[in-house]
Design a protein around this ligand. Structure first.
Ligand SMILES: Cc1cc2nc3c(=O)[nH]c(=O)nc-3n(C[C@H](O)[C@H](O)[C@H](O)COP(=O)(O)OP(=O)(O)OC[C@H]3O[C@@H](n4cnc5c(N)ncnc54)[C@H](O)[C@@H]3O)c2cc1C
Length: 392
C-alpha cells in the first residue's frame, strides 16, 4: 500500500491487489513507530494521521515479577513524533488507501483480488492473474511487487529460495477487557512464573499475546481452559477478575511465528518486499515498520526507471542491497531475544527477578535511548525522495 501510494504520487500507474474485502486482520499488530510517523511528516499528512484515534507510547515498560523497568524512552528521538502511535494496522492501511485515492487514476486499489498465478514471458514475470468477484483478471505490469506477507503466494509461485531462520515460539492472541484503575499500571511486557504476557492497549480493550513454545498449543489445550486462565492471572494478578471473558478456545487465536529471509529478493520483473522478502518475528513490534521502510527504499530507487518501463535486474538488486543490512541486523536481534529471553523464560530457565542489564536501564535513564533508537528508528531509516507529481 505504501509503495503504491508513493509511486502513484510520483505519477507511476499502480494497481494494489488485496485478497480480502477489508483490512480487518487481528494479527497485524498495532505499532506505528517514530520512523513511520516521520515518513508521514515527510508526506505532509502527520497531523491528519494523528487526528485519528490512537494511543501514544513514549516509554515502553516491562515487568519481571513485581519489578518494573522502563525498557525504552522514545521522547528524545530527533523526529516530529517521538512516540509509538498505537493504531490498529487496518486503520493505518485505510488511511494510506485514502491518500492513494487522491492520485486516482494512477492509484487503483482492488479489494477481493487474490493473486494465484504469475504471467511469465521469456523467463520474465510480466504480470499476475487474480481471482476477483467479477472473475479471473489478468494484470500486466512492468514490475510485480510481492508484498503479500509471510506466507507469500507470489514468492512461492516464483520459486524463490528461502532461508528459514527459525522461531522457537508461537503466540496466542486474545482480548481482555479494560475495567479498573489497575489498567493504568499495566506494562507492555510481563514475565512471571515462567510465563510471558504482552499487553497492547487498543483503547477499549487489551490485545494480549501469550508466548508458548512452538508446537505447544495442543498440550496447553489438553490442560484445559481453566489452567490457561490461571496462568494469565498468575502473570498479571489484576487480570484475575477478567480472564473468564475468555469463554472458549475460540477466543484464543494461535499465531505461528516465522523468521525467514529470501536469498534473492527479485527475479526479472518481480521484487519481494516486507514479510514476503523477510518474515519478521513479533519481537520489538518492528515488522510493520520494516515493511514500510522497504516500500520507501523501493520507491526511491525504482520510480525513475519505472518512468521508462521495466526496471533492470540491477535496479531491483539495488533495493535488496539497500534493505538487506537493516533486515539482517533486526532479525539477528529478534532471534537473540526469542532464544535467550522468551524461550528460556517459557522453558523455566528465565529470570525470576530483573536481570542486571535491565537494572542499568532503571539506574541510568539515558541508556533507555539506545533501545528506543533501535526499535523506534531502526537501522538505516529511509526518507522519501520521490516527487509529488500532483493530484489528478
Ligand atoms: C503474532 C504477531 C504479532 C505481530 N505484532 C506486530 C506489531 O505489533 N508491530 C509490528 O510492527 N509488527 C508486528 N508483527 C509483524 C508484522 O505483522 C509484519 O511484519 C507486517 O505485517 C509485514 O507487513 P507486510 O505488508 O509485508 O505483510 P502483511 O501485513 O502480512 O500484508 C500482506 C497482505 O497481502 C494480502 N495477501 C496475501 N496473499 C495475497 C494474494 N495472493 N493476493 C492478494 N493479496 C494477498 C494479505 O491479505 C495482507 O493484507 C507481528 C507478527 C506476528 C506473527
Amino acid at each position: 500500500m505504501m509503495l503504491g501510494v508513493l509511486l502513484a504520487r510520483a505519477g507511476i500507474p499502480v494497481v494494489v491487489l488485496e485478497k480480502h474485502a477489508d483490512f480487518l486482520r487481528d494479527f497485524r499488530g498495532d505499532t506505528v513507530h517514530p520512523s513511520t510517523l516521520e515518513l508521514m511528516h515527510e508526506l505532509g499528512v502527520l497531523n491528519e494521521f494523528l487526528e485519528r484515534p490512537h494511543a501514544e507510547v513514549r516509554q515502553v515498560r516491562g515487568k519481571v515479577g513485581d519489578e518494573l523497568v522502563t525498557l525504552a524512552d522514545f521522547s528524545h528521538l530527533p523526529v516530529h513524533a517521538p512516540f509509538i502511535a498505537m493504531v490498529p494496522q487496518w486503520d493505518f492501511l485505510d488511511f494510506l488507501a485514502t491518500k492513494g485515492r487522491h492520485y486516482h487514476p494512477a492509484f487503483r486499489l482492488l479489494m477481493r483480488a487474490e493473486v494465484f498465478e504469475l504471467i511469465e514471458r521469456d523467463h520474465r514475470i510480466v504480470g499476475v492473474r487474480a481471482e476477483t468477484p467479477s472473475g479471473v483478471m489478468d494484470i500486466h505490469a512492468d514490475l510485480v511487487v510481492a508484498a503479500d506477507g509471510r506466507s507469500s503466494t507470489v514468492r512461492n509461485l516464483a520459486r524463490m529460495r528461502v532461508d528459514d531462520i527459525g522461531a522457537p515460539i508461537d503466540v496466542l492472541w486474545m482480548r481482555l477487557p479494560k475495567r479498573s484503575e489497575d489498567d493504568a499500571t499495566a506494562a507492555l511486557g510481563n514475565i512471571r512464573n515462567g510465563h510471558i504476557l504482552v499487553m497492547l492497549d487498543r483503547g477499549g480493550y487489551w490485545q494480549c499475546a501469550f508466548v508458548i513454545p512452538k508446537g505447544g498449543y495442543d498440550e496447553l489445550r489438553r490442560n484445559g481452559l481453566d489452567a490457561f486462565r490461571s496462568e494469565i492471572a498468575g502473570i498479571v494478578p489484576w487480570l484475575a477478575n477478567r480472564v473468564n471473558d475468555i469463554a472458549s478456545w475460540d477466543d484464543v487465536k494461535l499465531l505461528t511465528v516465522k523468521v525467514d529471509r529470501l536469498q534473492q529478493w527479485h527475479r526479472p520483473g518481480l521484487l519481494c518486499i516486507g514479510d514476503a522478502a523477510h518474515a519478521m518475528s513479533p519481537v520489538g513490534g518492528v515488522g510493520i515498520n520494516l515493511a514500510i521502510q522497504d516500500a520507501v527504499a523501493a520507491a526511491n530507487i525504482l520510480w525513475r526507471p519505472l518512468q521508462h518501463g521495466a526496471p533492470s535486474v540491477a535496479d531491483l538488486a539495488a533495493v535488496q542491497t539497500r534493505r538487506e543490512l537493516p533486515t539482517r541486523v533486526t532479525q539477528r536481534v529478534q532471534v537473540f531475544v526469542q532464544k535467550y529471553v522468551l524461550f528460556r523464560t517459557i522453558s523455566g530457565r528465565g529470570p525470576t527477578k530483573l536481570p542486571w542489564p535491565l537494572r542499568l536501564l532503571n539506574r541510568f535513564p539515558m541508556l533507555r535511548r539506545i533501545p528506543a533508537r533501535f526499535v523506534g528508528l531502526g537501522v538505516r531509516p529511509e526518507h522519501i525522495r520521490t516527487p509529488d507529481a500532483g493530484r489528478a
